[in-house]
Design a protein. Structure first.
Length: 142
C-alpha cells in the first residue's frame, strides 16, 4: 500500500470496502500537534477539536465556531492532563494525533543525584569508609 510522502496524500485505499465512500486521506484521520496552535484537521482544514467540559469533541469550523473556540496544544504544560487526553484519542472516533505530546524541561536523575551528593558533602564533609565502619552499632559474629 502506497502511503505517499506528504500531508494530505491519499493512503491508497478506499474506505468502506466498496460502499461508495471516497478515498481516505491522511489529513482527514490525523491531527498534527503544534505547540500554541489550535487542533485543526481535515483535507480542507475545516474540522477542529474542542473541549465540551473535559471531553473532546469534533466540530466543523465556520459559522458559530471559530479557531479561538478550539483546544490549543500546549506541549510545555507543567502537568500531563492534556498529553493524556490526546493519547486517548484514536481513529475512528477522533483523528490520530501526531507530533510532540509533551516536552517539559526537568533535571535528569544524574543531575539530581549529583546535587544531592554535593549537598551532603558540603554539610557533613567528605567522609570515609573507616568512619562509616566504626560508627554506630557494631557486633562480632563467631
Amino acid at each position: 500500500m502506497d502511503r505517499g510522502g506528504g500531508a494530505g496524500v491519499g493512503l491508497g485505499r478506499r474506505d468502506g470496502g466498496g460502499l461508495g465512500h471516497g478515498l481516505v486521506t491522511r489529513d482527514d484521520h490525523t491531527v498534527i500537534l503544534e505547540h500554541g496552535k489550535p487542533l485543526i484537521f481535515g483535507k480542507n482544514r475545516d474540522k477542529g477539536i474542542r473541549l465540551n467540559g473535559t471531553t473532546p469533541e469534533i466540530v466543523p469550523l465556520g459559522g458559530d465556531i471559530k479557531e479561538d473556540d478550539l483546544l490549543f496544544h500546549d506541549e510545555r504544560a507543567p502537568e500531563p492532563t492534556l498529553a493524556y487526553l490526546l493519547s486517548r484519542m484514536h481513529h475512528p472516533e477522533f483523528p490520530e494525533p501526531l507530533g510532540v505530546f509533551r516536552a517539559v524541561q526537568r533535571p535528569t536523575y544524574e543531575a539530581l543525584a549529583n546535587q544531592q551528593i554535593a549537598t551532603a558533602r558540603s554539610q557533613h564533609g567528605e567522609g570515609s569508609l573507616e568512619t562509616l565502619f566504626d560508627d554506630g552499632e557494631t557486633w562480632v559474629v563467631n
